[in-house]
Design a protein around this ligand. Structure first.
Ligand code: CP3
Length: 355
C-alpha cells in the first residue's frame, strides 16, 4: 500500500492525513495548506547552484538532482506539499519529439506538428520511457515523510500549443488555425496527447505521488464555447483515466475566469484559480463539490511585507466559506522573487488560519 491511500479498514497514513490532502478532499484542516507553483526554481540560490552548467531537460532526467531540487522549497519555506521537479514537455521529449527548453524562452520544438502525417511522431508513452521519473519519485517519497508529493503534467491544449506553434506563443495563431480549420485532425491530436498525459500521470501516481495537477496554462486564450467543443473532452479523458487511484486531481489554468464553469465539469477534484477572480466568485462559477486552489497575484510578492499580508488576508477572507481551500499563487513564482517573502507568506497563512 502506498503512502497515499487511506484504505478501508486500515489506519490512514500521516501523508493521507496531511492538511494539503485533507483540503483537497474538502475535509476539516488544522490550518490552510500552502504550496507554490514553481516553488522549486530560479527564486532559490540553492537551486541556481545545483543547476549550474546542467541544461534544464537533462536536470529533469537525473533522479538525485530532481530529488534535491524538489526538496529545497520544502526545507526552506515549510510548504505543505512538494511538487515533483520536471517540466510539462518531459513526456514529449521521452517519446522522441525533438525539443529543447531554451533559457529565458521556454520549450522550443524543432519541427512543429501541423499535419496528419506529423501525428505519427506522437507515439504512446510507456513507463520504460521515463524510468528516471519513477526512480526520483521513489527517492522523494522516502525523503518527504508525511509531506505529500504532487505529480503533474501539461494538459492536452497547452501541450498542443507548444507542438503546433513550435514554441511559446502570445496569440496561439497556428494552434487556433488547426483547431478551427481541421477539427478532426485537432481532435485526434488532442486525443493522442490525452493518452500521453494520462500515461505520464499514472507513472507518477504508481511511483508514489499523492496528488496530481494538470497544467492548462494557456487555455485562457479560448472562449467558453470553443473550450467546451475542442478541449474539454480531451482534458476530461485525462481526469477519468486516473480517477480510479483516488488521489486528488487538480486542474489549473491562467486567465480562465470565463472558463471556470466548464473547467469544473472536466472532472478534477480541485480547481486552480488565477488572481483575476476572487475565490468566493470563483467558487460560484466552478459550482459545488470542488475544492479551490489559489490565488495571490505572484507580483504582490515584490511589494512590502505589510502589503503582502494585506493581499494574502484578502485571499483568505474571500476563501473563508469554501468547501476546501489550498492557498497558492495565481500562477508560478516569478524568477526574481525574494525567497524570504515566500517563507514569510507560508508562516502568515499558517498562523492566521490555525484552528
Ligand atoms: O516547482 C515547480 O512548480 C515544479 C517545476 C515546474 C517546471 N515547469 C520547472 C521549470 C513545473 C510545474 C513546470 C510546468 C510548466 N512548464 C508549465 C506550466 C506551469 C506554468 O508556469 O504555467 C509551462 C507552461 C512550462 C513550459 C516552460 N518551461 C516555460 C514557460 C519555462 C520558462 C522559460 C524561462 O526560462 O523563463 C520552462 C522552463 C522551466 N521549467 C524552468 C523551470 C524551473 C526554468 C528553466 C531553468 O531554471 O533553467
Amino acid at each position: 500500500m502506498s503512502a497515499n491511500q487511506g484504505p478501508a479498514g486500515q489506519q490512514p497514513t500521516a501523508t493521507y492525513d496531511s492538511a494539503f490532502l485533507r483540503a483537497c478532499r474538502r475535509e476539516p484542516v488544522p490550518h490552510t495548506p500552502v504550496w507554490f507553483m514553481r516553488q522549486a526554481g530560479r527564486s532559490l540560490p540553492e537551486y541556481l547552484k545545483v543547476r549550474e552548467g546542467i541544461p534544464m531537460l537533462e536536470s529533469c532526467m537525473r533522479p538525485e538532482l530532481v530529488t534535491e531540487i524538489t526538496l529545497q522549497p520544502v526545507r526552506r519555506h515549510g510548504v505543505d506539499a512538494a511538487i515533483y521537479f520536471s517540466d510539462i514537455v518531459v513526456p514529449l521529449k521521452a517519446i522522441g519529439i525533438d525539443l529543447d527548453i531554451k533559457p529565458g524562452v521556454g520549450p522550443v520544438v524543432e519541427n512543429p506538428i501541423r499535419t496528419r502525417a506529423d501525428l505519427d511522431r506522437l507515439r504512446e508513452l510507456t513507463p520504460e520511457d521515463v524510468t528516471y521519473v519513477s526512480e526520483a519519485i521513489g527517492l522523494l517519497t522516502r525523503e518527504l515523510g508525511a509531506t505529500p508529493l504532487i505529480g503533474f503534467a501539461g494538459a492536452p491544449f497547452t501541450l498542443a500549443s507548444y507542438l503546433v506553434e513550435g514554441g511559446p506563443s502570445r496569440n496561439h495563431e497556428h494552434t487556433k488555425a488547426l483547431m478551427y480549420g481541421d477539427p478532426q485532425l485537432w481532435a485526434d491530436l488532442l486525443d493522442r496527447l490525452s493518452g500521453i498525459t494520462a500515461a505520464f500521470l499514472k507513472v507518477q501516481i504508481e511511483a508514489g505521488a499523492s496528488a496530481v495537477q494538470l497544467f492548462d496554462s494557456w487555455v485562457g486564450a479560448l472562449s467558453p464555447a470553443d473550450y467546451r467543443r475542442s478541449v474539454l473532452p480531451a482534458s476530461r479523458k485525462v481526469f477519468d483515466a486516473v480517477a480510479g487511484y483516488g488521489v486528488p486531481r487538480i486542474h489549473f489554468g491562467v486567465g480562465t475566469g470565463e472558463l471556470l464553469g466548464p473547467m469544473g465539469e472536466a472532472g478534477a477534484d480541485v480547481v486552480g484559480v488565477d488572481w483575476r477572480v476572487p475565490m468566493d466568485e470563483a467558487a460560484r462559477r466552478v459550482g459545488p463539490g470542488k475544492a479551490l486552489q489559489g490565488n495571490l497575484d505572484p507580483a504582490v510578492l515584490f511589494s512590502t511585507p505589510q502589503a503582502v499580508e494585506a493581499k494574502a488576508a484578502e485571499v483568505l477572507e474571500a476563501a473563508a466559506g469554501l468547501e476546501g481551500h489550498v492557498f497558492n499563487l495565481g500562477h508560478g513564482v516569478l524568477p526574481t522573487t525574494d525567497p524570504d517573502a515566500l517563507t514569510r507568506l507560508v508562516e502568515y497563512v499558517h498562523t492566521r488560519t490555525a484552528r
